[in-house]
Design a protein around this ligand. Structure first.
Ligand code: UD1
Ligand code: UDP
Length: 380
């Protein structure tokens, strides 16, 4: 495709991980004055999205401000679709780009498809075999995969998923995950030691499949770990969702060995990960970051679309099973040889050049000169 004028790109973010993973792409795009980059926030998240923009010094040109507490998914979806369509009609972008599997990304993609504007998908091709795990993200990313014109899978296995589903070969480029670009940039200096007695276990949980009973089981497992290992202290940054906070506060509010904290900005959070002895999480992004930092991670999910961390030996899937969580954590806290095997730093998810690859491919899509760059391959 050759363009007479500079192409206009809509770079769309809605949630915290959207912003962290799009930040390297937005910053790379800004180096190219022959592409006009318009940053759009859906407003699916508010404070925790603003934190990321602040950290990376990014400003949204437009915020659709859709967040409402307790808003059902269908209402949020309808609001984003409607408001985003207005923006598309007003500014007529030549391409829309978004990452991953959030409702914002699904809506940005669907609107682009309806408007016949090419959609570029960062962190494409992650799959579990189950349409409702994670919910609703598995549906979101599969749907976006149907109409994206450019797919940027982070790893070879994600690329394989896309090719199996029929994506044309020349639309697929293995880039590494932009999360690793962001992490390497953020953790360049030495880690700051977190003031903490004993060994710190960092915990995050927010997934919709874990709301209610599963999250209560996770909390019970943490209580048992604390009873068994007297030198362990838990730091638990709470997702702002009130449904999640209610369970966490009921379980830990009066426990002096559990610090329930407001979500730190990405830089300080990366530092917390570096100071942790062990990480328990149902987060997608943290599963990618922990191996890069050499931190063992217990994945609080029944299935994961990120098999690379498990294959590399840094992660174990424990779901929300109280016994499994307790047993695996006990093994890591009690067996030094096992611990050191799981804490070897590896980088199956990226090499810090994902955004460069993505922008180079976007340039060739528009017929602009671009640097030659080979696909991401993990170090053996
Ligand atoms: C969403 C994404 C999920 C991603 C997660 C990252 C969807 C369907 N889900 O989770 O893929 O892993 O974000 O964090 O896209 N809230 C605030 N302030 C904020 C952000 C949230 O108060 O800055 C509260 C609001 O009450 C909001 C609630 O948290 O309604 C949940 O936000 P929502 O975007 O619906 O979160 P999830 O769907 O759980
Ligand atoms: N993160 C952060 N502060 C926190 C918790 C997480 O900056 O208090 C970062 C984390 O390093 C990762 C991203 O947010 O890059 C993950 O976001 P989240 O777990 O909300 O979403 P997911 O990755 O599961 O979609």
């Amino acid at each position: 495709m050759t363009f007479g004028m500079n192409p206009r790109l809509f770079a769309v973010c809605g949630t915290r991980p959207d912003a962290i993973k799009m930040a390297p792409v937005i910053l790379e795009l800004k180096k190219h004055s022959d592409i006009q980059t318009v940053v759009i926030a859906s407003g699916q998240h508010r404070e925790i999205l603003e934190q990321v923009f602040h950290q990376f010094n990014i400003r949204a040109h437009l915020n659709l401000e859709v967040m409402k507490h307790g808003q059902p998914l269908a209402e949020m979806t309808a609001n984003i679709l409607q408001r985003f369509e207005h923006a598309v009609q007003n500014q007529q972008p030549d391409m829309v780009i978004a990452q991953g599997d959030t409702t914002t990304t699904f809506c940005a993609g669907l609107t682009a498809f309806y408007a016949k504007i090419p959609f570029a998908h960062v962190e494409a091709g992650l799959r579990t075999p189950t349409i409702d795990a994670p919910f609703p993200e598995e549906f979101n990313r599969r749907a976006v995969g149907l109409f994206a014109k450019l797919h940027f899978p982070p790893t070879a296995s994600a690329a394989k998923n896309l090719l199996r589903e029929g994506a044309p070969k020349d639309s697929v480029l293995i880039t590494g995950n932009t999360a690793i670009d962001a992490l390497l940039e953020t953790t360049r200096g030495p880690a700051q030691n977190e003031p903490c007695k004993g060994r710190m276990m960092l915990v995050t949980t927010h997934r919709r499949e874990n709301w209610g009973e599963p999250q209560k089981r996770i909390c019970r497992a943490i209580h048992r770990i604390l009873e068994t290992f007297s030198d362990v202290h838990v730091v638990l940054p709470m997702h702002p969702n009130p449904i999640v906070r209610e369970v966490l506060r009921a379980a830990f509010q009066n426990d002096p060995r559990v610090s329930l904290i407001e979500p730190p900005e990405y830089g300080p959070f990366a530092n917390l990960m570096r100071s942790a002895h062990l990480i328990l999480t149902d987060s997608g992004g943290i599963q990618e970051e922990a191996p890069a930092l050499g931190k063992p991670v217990l994945v609080l999910r029944e299935e994961t679309e990120r098999p690379e961390g498990i294959e590399a030996g840094n992660a174990v899937l424990v779901g929300s099973d109280e016994n499994k969580i307790f047993e695996q954590a006990s093994k890591l806290l009690g067996d030094e040889t096992y611990y050191s095997k799981m804490s070897t730093a590896r980088n199956p998810y990226g090499d810090g050049k994902a955004a460069q690859r993505i922008v180079a491919r976007i340039r060739t899509f528009f017929g602009l000169p671009a640097e030659e760059i080979s696909p991401f391959e993990p170090m053996p």
